[in-house]
Ligand binder design. Structure first.
Ligand code: MG
Length: 255
């Protein structure tokens, strides 16, 4: 019996390295203090001369399916923008990156429905470390007038850091993230050498100031690191039933 239990536990640990099934999602939600509302300025930023343009409104040639690497990304490009196809799943860049500066613009549909986490949920994964939602997520959500846990609102490092302020624009308006990402570094034995760090500017307003990530994003339980190298950048096709959001003008500068 004892051996059986040990075998079961060992399997459980291996399979559920990220699931931490004994906890509930609510246990890692933070609701206070609520970030102050700030009215932002402009969002559009023309790519600088040394940027690599990841999406210019024409096609998804720089992107692929996350769960089926090598296969087409499968989201809809129309009218110079990119709209999430929830059935197609997450998409990611074909190229992998370490440290970078990234600009991305996104728009919640004007007639968005739903509430809490089920209102325009998507996400920018700064490094995609595996299929599905593996990686480090900056939350994308409509929080113009929509309450949720603060470490899960737009611009949060999901379940790690709430944004410093709430700089959301109204649904229907284009918004932007400008991100400075320093990838984590690992020792040869896989242990963490240096934490990942991120700075995020939301619609021209600083909301994450060089914060040190605690590990990969997890929905249930606590974040942890697992060694990885350069990684793709990923966009989330979240399963919430609200209308899909759109993206445009995505560019990157390698650092
Ligand atoms: Mg999300």
């Amino acid at each position: 019996m004892k051996r059986l239990i040990i075998a079961f536990l060992a399997t459980g640990v291996a399979v559920n390295a990220f699931a931490q099934v004994k906890m509930k999602p609510e246990e890692t939600e933070v609701w206070n203090p609520v970030p102050q509302v700030v009215t932002p300025g402009d969002s559009y930023s023309k790519p600088p001369s040394d940027a690599v343009v990841l999406f210019d409104g024409k096609d998804l040639s720089k992107w692929e399916s996350t769960n089926r690497p090598g296969k087409a990304a499968g989201w809809k490009v129309h009218d110079g923008i990119l709209t999430v196809d929830k059935k197609a799943g997450n998409i990611q860049t074909k190229e992998s990156f370490m440290d970078y500066q990234l600009h991305i613009e996104w728009r919640i549909p004007e007639d968005i429905d739903g509430s809490g986490q089920l209102r325009g949920n998507s996400g920018l994964f700064l490094a995609s470390t595996g299929k599905g939602d593996r990686g480090y997520e900056i939350q994308i959500l409509d929080n113009y007038n929509n309450k949720t846990y603060v470490n899960g609102q737009a611009g949060s490092v999901y379940k790690q850091y709430a944004p410093l302020v709430n700089a959301n624009k109204k649904p229907g308006e284009w918004q932007s993230y400008d991100v400075i990402w320093k990838a984590p570094r690992f020792n040869a034995d896989g242990s963490l050498k240096d934490s990942a760090r991120v700075t995020v500017i939301f619609n021209g307003v600083l909301i994450q100031n060089n914060v040190a990530l605690k590990g990969e994003t997890v929905y249930i339980g606590y974040p942890k690191y697992l060694a990885h190298d350069a990684s793709p950048i990923k966009l989330q096709a979240h399963g919430d039933p609200s209308k899909p959001i759109s993206f445009r003008n995505i560019w990157i500068r390698k650092l």
